[in-house]
Design a protein around this ligand. Structure first.
Ligand code: SAH
Length: 351
């Protein structure tokens, strides 16, 4: 598939669009099966040193009450995941690189392995770090890492981030390289429907994923947040429904481009459509991240407006997901890590 073909799929309507969705689902079912894997998500801190222009927990947003979930609470949430046979957890946070933060994540990773008899798989999503930090966390037992590139068109990247070295595209790209070298299954992704973003940019994002030979992808619609600088450009946005539809098409096209990677049904989909994640599962995604952050903290991890499940506790979340996934015609891979098949294939060929 070349760029113009991808653009035409991203713009498809009617019969052509249905055909895209049907093919994407068929490709997933054939190549990796119809199982969906759970990653219990713990947003363990919203303290962030970055000032990304789109993000509700950016450093300069003083409307947010900053929190750190205690180690004990993080471990309780992970124990819940383990007891409920989730297979894996994701630890996500704002971006810090202080020695105390690095040490804390390291300790949590070890503790999670210990409490679950090494059964819980661990994905980290804690932003850009040094090569040494990534290696350290990997050695302690994390084996997947999600670091979204956010936008691969350099000009667009500039427009949605402060213009300084601390928010540089090159650094983020370099970090993805360190992750790969350290041995992780590497995931990245972008936001879909950003102001100034074109279909060509999105097609470029998909080709970037293939070029980078990624193992996993998490991408979802951009949703404006009123306490961020990018809110000013909300008049340029597609409707939320259009962004949602475009996100589904991005997932479907990526499934065709990279049939054996893991693709997450991003939580942001659900902020627009209550059945958003299940719709993504029905057209080719295979990962879902039930939120296990203690409810008390959740309202302060508002990356965007209308973030779902703000007041549902983990038990409720699990029950509602189970029913929804069955409705989408998939099965849950309980107690399995659900690793990226692509990762093992590339390892087998020494890439
Ligand atoms: N600090 C980590 C985790 C960031 S939060 C890191 O830097 O990787 C996870 C993701 O939320 C981000 O990568 C971004 O793509 C997404 N996000 C942030 N603000 C958003 C918004 N307004 N709408 C949709 N997604 C958003």
């Amino acid at each position: 598939m070349d760029k113009s073909q991808i653009i035409s799929l991203l713009q498809s309507e009617g019969e052509e669009r249905s055909e895209l969705f049907r093919k994407a689902r068929e490709t997933r079912d054939k190549l990796i099966g119809n199982k969906v894997y759970f990653r219990g998500l713990v947003e363990f801190s919203n303290i962030c040193s970055k000032d990304c222009l789109y993000c509700g927990i950016r450093k300069s947003n003083d409307q947010v009450i900053r929190y750190e979930v205690s180690d004990e609470e993080v471990l309780d949430a992970c124990r819940f995941a383990w007891m409920n046979r989730f297979g894996s957890v994701v630890l996500q946070s704002g971006e810090l690189s202080s020695p105390a933060f690095v040490k804390r994540v390291d300790r949590l990773v070890r503790e999670i392995r210990k409490l679950s008899d090494n059964e819980l798989g661990i994905t980290l999503s804690c932003g850009e770090q040094t090569r040494e930090t990534y290696q350290r966390w990997f050695e302690s037992g994390a084996h997947r890492y999600l670091l979204r590139i956010e936008a691969t068109n350099r000009d667009l990247y500039r427009r949605i981030h402060p213009d300084n070295d601390y928010h540089s595209f090159e650094r983020r790209l370099e970090a993805l390289g360190y992750l790969r070298e350290s041995g992780y299954q590497v995931g990245t992704g972008v936001m879909i429907g950003l102001p100034f973003q074109t279909y060509e940019d999105l097609a470029g994002d998909l080709l970037f994923f293939r070029e980078q030979d990624i193992d996993m992808c998490g991408m979802g619609p951009y949703i404006e947040h009123e306490d961020t600088p990018l809110y000013e450009f909300r008049h340029l946005l597609m409707t939320k429904e259009e962004r949602f539809d475009l996100a589904l098409k991005m997932i479907a096209v990526l499934r065709l481009l990279m049939p054996d990677i893991n693709i997450a049904a991003a939580t942001a989909l659900q902020a627009i459509d209550p059945a958003g994640r299940e719709k993504a599962i029905a057209i080719g995604a295979n990962i879902i991240m039930p939120n296990l952050t203690p409810t008390f903290y959740r309202k302060e991890y508002q990356l965007y407006e209308d973030k779902p499940c703000l007041d549902e506790d983990a038990e409720l979340c699990r029950n509602c997901l189970e029913a929804r996934i069955q409705m989408a015609g998939s099965e849950i891979g309980y107690n399995e890590w659900g690793d990226s098949k692509h990762f093992f294939k590339r390892k087998g060929t020494g890439r």
